[in-house]
Write a protein of this length. Structure first.
Length: 219
């Protein structure tokens, strides 16, 4: 007859095994059961960091220069405080999966200048297209006096605006992109393993009564 303590121990062992299998299946089907593992590094800058979920009031993580935490997938706001300059910034980001990030603190002045140059260059391109439109359309005119002298002068100015805008627009937006505050993903370098490929080695081996050739093939 099975005693009650022995039966209890057997049930506990059975429930423990079932719980372990359930946790293993959950992790296999849905990835990490506790969310995403995220790290954010600010380098050597004297920064205080706070990570706050969207719509929440309290941070899930506070740290100095480097944060390492677990978070559920969703949107978050990163608040920074620079102890050297006293400047405060905030940056929205989204957690999808486990990742490592490097915090790039941009130059606000250079970013604003780059944005202004990019927008001005784009406006110059649009204005230049309108100014050269009469000359372009005149190519469909059969008469010799379809374009006036003032329209030709305007078209020349428009060509200058087009050329200037074509140069200023990419430069301005490039400066804007390089000087904005952002999180850059840190990509791990994949380990490179060398595996032996097919080869054939031939050598001299001893046999009874003399020498012979021997070979080993590796696939």
């Amino acid at each position: 007859m099975l005693r009650l303590p022995a039966l209890s121990c057997s049930l506990l062992l059975l429930f423990g095994a079932l719980d372990a299998r359930a946790q293993s299946a959950f992790a296999g089907d849905y990835g990490e059961p506790y969310g995403a593992h995220v790290s954010i590094s600010a380098g050597a800058r004297p920064l205080s960091l706070q990570i706050v979920p969207e719509g929440a009031a309290k941070p899930i993580e506070q740290c100095e220069n480097y944060c390492d935490f677990w978070a559920l997938p969703g949107r978050y706001t990163l608040y920074t405080f620079d102890h050297a300059s006293g400047e405060r910034r905030e940056l929205g980001f989204r957690v999808k999966r486990s990742a490592r990030y490097s915090l790039q603190m941009g130059d606000e002045t250079a970013r604003d200048v780059g944005l202004a140059v990019g927008i001005t260059g784009s406006a110059a391109i649009v204005a230049g297209l309108f100014m050269i439109a009469p000359v372009v359309l005149s190519s469909m005119c059969e008469g010799s006096n379809c374009v006036s002298a003032s329209e030709r002068r305007t078209a020349n100015i428009g060509l200058g605006l087009l050329a200037g805008g074509a140069v200023a627009t990419p430069i301005g937006f490039s400066v804007f992109s390089k000087n904005r505050t952002m999180l850059r993903p840190i990509r791990e370098r994949a380990a490179v393993t060398s595996e032996p490929g097919p080869s054939l080695r031939v050598g001299v081996i001893g046999v009874s009564g003399g020498l012979g050739l021997g070979g080993v093939a590796i696939f």
